[in-house]
Design a protein around this ligand. Structure first.
Ligand SMILES: [Ca+2]
Length: 221
């Protein structure tokens, strides 16, 4: 007996619902100001930076933009070390002054199931908040471009969109310490080999609006 058209429709709808339910990204943002911002990076909800997480073994590659030579190299994002004070250029990664930011890629060398992606930043003023788009790839997508420059939508070349992170406060001071945790209600963000961070300048009222990124953690499921 063949399936009725109604049943086929119901199955198709259920498949859609399941696909939607499979990706429910949660973004948690914590902001420490004043005495709460210490080298411990202790937040209300976001876990403190970890050592030995999956990102610590990843290879980071600049895809577009230029890093400020007063800052650290990309490896500082995954070295497990965080700045000890609020304005420590050499312990942070940031894109050039007068630029709109840039893109970098993280390569885990093989597929990992990701439970959590956490990013940390610290600066006394406008270079504290985080503004970036995050994409992921398992490395096998058709037409995958591993190094899409600005102007190329990563979604058009194999990447999957994960989240837009914007920690710029609605009001009050920008400065301080930010912790961001990206998770999924299912417990898993998915199986991926690559992450692509598309980082944007947070303000353009002066030359110095690119975020001081201190650390990025990737926690395996
Ligand atoms: Ca670091």
């Amino acid at each position: 007996m063949t399936k009725s058209p109604h049943l086929v429709l119901v199955i198709a709808l259920l498949a859609c619902v399941a696909a939607t339910a499979a990706a429910q990204v949660n973004i948690t943002i914590d902001h420490n100001t004043g005495a709460a911002a210490t080298s411990e990076f202790k937040f209300k909800r976001v876990p403190s930076p970890a050592r030995g997480d999956a990102a610590s073994h990843a290879v980071l590659t600049l895809v577009d933009g230029q890093l400020d030579s007063n800052g650290a190299s990309l490896t500082a994002l995954v070295d497990g070390m965080v700045p000890t004070s609020e304005d420590e250029p050499g312990a942070n990664v940031f894109f050039n002054a007068r630029s709109f930011g840039g893109r970098f890629r993280m390569d885990f060398d093989s597929l990992i199931e990701i439970a959590q992606i956490n990013s940390y930043s610290w600066h006394p003023r406008a270079r504290a908040p985080q503004l970036y788009k995050l994409y992921a790839s398992d490395g096998t997508e058709a037409g995958l471009d591993l190094a899409p420059k600005r102007g190329v939508d990563p979604l058009s070349c194999g990447w999957k969109f994960i989240a837009t992170i914007n920690t710029i406060p609605d009001h009050g001071q920008d400065g301080g310490q930010y912790g961001v945790s990206i998770t999924d209600r299912s417990g898993s963000l998915g199986h991926y080999r690559y992450l692509l961070f598309d980082c944007w300048v947070t303000e353009a009222s002066d030359d110095f609006g690119n975020t001081f990124y201190s650390e990025i953690d990737v926690v395996k499921k």
